[in-house]
Design a protein around this ligand. Structure first.
Ligand code: CA
Length: 412
């Protein structure tokens, strides 16, 4: 475990700061002007376009409102920029040109950090798959027969991936309960979250060119927190035989900062032991998961946040590198800005489940929030927030917030 690298930005040296010099995540911000690329340090945002203009950083498109240009450059460029920023921000290296490029984090607006090329969502949490299979089928046959052999996924919508803080309207949709004769159309009644991490693809791959797990790992630029908002009643009616469609298409929230693979390097861990050997194209080749503490808070209108889930990314069955290798294995081209959702991250016990569907066991039990309000699924005005950090020796690597508030359905 590496130690804190001290910075002349004093707040970056606080043990509970999400953004020490060891982190250096990438995002896009504006300060009442044009959005451009930045890194976070302590309670400040550092304008990378200003450093690029001053010749301190190479031209990687940091003056554009998306990280895609930089993300597509690959691991040498990523490492060079990380080293330069570390040198510029290290304790004792203070200089005016860098100081002048700092903005107070609470005074800026954060934007979607990259243009999402395509969005794929996986289903790699074993406990989640077991819980959902038990709820909808049978605990004895909870895992689908393919689950231990391939990372199951579906192609989602890039168009409705939004940055933390973007509120959205409760989705409308078609649903049909088991007792109903006919389906009906109206506001979703069983609105849910899914606690996930998103892997962000930097380096693209060509159509017809499968990639190894190691190559896939090198293509990944970094990770974000990801909330796969889900309309359970729409999902139950529509999902067979082709999987989720409208139930997942209305909003997916990500954190504003992409935490790089380099920042997470000290927190690598192995996938769990396997009872079925994987086929060669997705076999583990090294530790490619990460030890990241995750939690979810729920806040009713006018209330205080209540922690409703605590778990860890290290519980997943497949790493993002395995998912990416599997994704490309047929010849599917992967693009700079592809976003891969991990699948819901549920730990093995109650209190560690990453969706309300599991926490309330299909809506049969209720959650009690601070202030005494109870919930099964999300009510209008509720705010859900994902939190995540890797705990180092005297420092932590954070992701920033991943929050959204649900507004009433449009037209109701
Ligand atoms: Ca999901």
């Amino acid at each position: 475990m590496t130690d804190l690298i001290r910075s002349w930005v004093e707040t970056a040296n606080d043990a509970d700061s999400p953004f020490p010099l060891n982190n250096l995540p990438f995002g896009v911000f504006s300060a009442g002007d044009t959005p451009r690329c930045a890194t976070a340090i302590g309670d400040k945002v550092l304008d990378l376009s200003a450093l690029q203009s001053a010749g301190l950083l190479p031209d990687h498109g940091f003056d554009t409102p998306a990280l895609n240009s930089f993300m597509g450059k690959g691991k040498e460029a990523w490492a060079d920029v990380r080293q330069t920023l570390t040198d510029l921000l290290r304790e004792g290296a203070e200089q005016d040109v860098v100081k002048d490029a700092l903005h107070a984090m609470d005074s800026v607006t954060m934007h979607l950090p990259f243009t999402v090329a395509e969005y794929t969502d996986f289903y790699a949490g074993r406990q989640h798959a077991f819980n959902v299979g038990s709820l909808f089928r049978d605990p004895a046959n909870a895992l689908p027969p393919n689950w231990l052999h391939i990372p199951i996924g579906y192609n989602g919508r890039a168009s409705t991936v939004v940055v933390s803080g973007t509120d959205f309207h409760r989705p409308m949709g078609q649903m049909k309960g088991p007792q109903d004769d006919m389906p009906s159309f109206g506001p979703c009644k069983r609105l849910d979250i899914e606690l996930e991490m998103g892997a962000v693809v930097g380096v693209p791959s060509e159509m017809g060119a499968p990639i190894s797990v190691d190559e896939a790992n090198e293509m990944i630029f970094g990770y974000v927190l990801l909330n796969d908002w889900s309309a359970r009643d729409l999902q139950a009616w529509e999902y067979q035989p082709l999987g989720p469609f409208q139930a997942k298409a209305f909003a997916t929230t990500i954190s504003p900062w992409v935490v790089t693979k380099a920042a997470l390097h000290a927190f690598r861990c192995d996938t769990p032991e396997r009872e079925k050997e994987l086929l060669p194209h997705i076999k583990d080749t090294g530790p490619m998961l990460y030890d990241i503490d995750l939690s979810v808070t729920m806040t009713a209108p006018g209330g205080a946040p209540t922690v409703i889930c605590e778990t860890n990314y290290n519980t997943l069955y497949y790493s993002a590198a395995q998912q990416l290798a599997h994704h490309a294995s047929s010849g599917c081209a992967m693009r700079t800005g592809d976003l891969l959702g991990s699948g819901t991250i549920s730990g093995p016990e109650k209190g560690m489940f990453g969706s309300l569907l599991e926490m309330t066991w299909g809506g049969k039990e209720t959650l009690t929030l601070e202030g005494g309000e109870t919930r099964t699924f999300i009510e209008d005005g509720d705010t859900l927030a994902l939190h995540g950090h890797a705990q180092g020796n005297g420092y932590r690597i954070g992701f920033g917030p991943c929050t959204g508030t649900v507004l009433p359905a449009k037209g109701t």
